[in-house]
Design a protein around this ligand. Structure first.
Ligand SMILES: CC(C)(COP(=O)(O)OP(=O)(O)OC[C@H]1O[C@@H](n2cnc3c(N)ncnc32)[C@H](O)[C@@H]1OP(=O)(O)O)[C@@H](O)C(=O)NCCC(=O)NCCS
Length: 129
């Protein structure tokens, strides 16, 4: 599916404060948005439990992101376990200086676990039923 046909979980423009020493956007900033985008997807399953991140895998930074790029975080539910949810996130940048150019800059897989007030794993589907 092309990004034009989907709604991103998050879309943002990154700022000079988000850069690394090389002048592109710091990878940790991208990761924090990936984490947020994936939890937006996880909460569609059940908005009641708290979800905590247990793993981020298969993170690949394909291309740099630059200040002023319009950056979209597209999510896809991959797996629903008993207490965990796995979400793939594709990050696409629309270049500031050439908006016709859309580049897949990063991809990652994020696993969340639904937890109770004591931070113990709980079945996702039973919460709120
Ligand atoms: C998330 C947490 C509660 C899980 O505790 P745990 O003792 O590993 O729980 P369990 O062994 O019962 O596993 C719970 C689920 O997580 C999955 N899981 C655990 N470790 C995993 C890993 N490294 N990768 C993928 N899935 C994992 C299990 O497969 C299980 O899924 P399922 O119920 O759908 O089959 C605990 O690791 C934790 O509190 N981590 C810190 C979370 C946090 O604070 N995140 C914010 C960033 S600091």
């Amino acid at each position: 599916m092309t990004s034009a046909r989907r709604d991103p979980a998050i879309r943002t423009i990154l700022m000079p404060k988000d850069t690394n020493a090389a002048g592109s956007i710091f990878g940790g900033i991208i990761l924090s948005y990936i984490d947020l985008a994936a939890v937006v997807e996880a909460q569609k399953l059940n908005p009641r439990p708290r979800f905590v991140t247990v793993a981020m895998d298969q993170i690949v930074f394909h291309e740099p992101v630059f200040v002023g790029d319009l950056v979209s975080f597209y999510t896809k539910l991959v797996k629903v376990g008993r207490t965990s949810v796995t979400v793939d996130v594709d990050v696409v940048a629309q270049r500031r200086h050439d908006p016709s150019q859309e580049v897949q800059v990063t991809e990652a897989r994020v696993v969340y676990v639904a937890v109770d007030e004591d931070r113990r794993p709980i079945p996702i589907q039973s919460v709120g039923e």
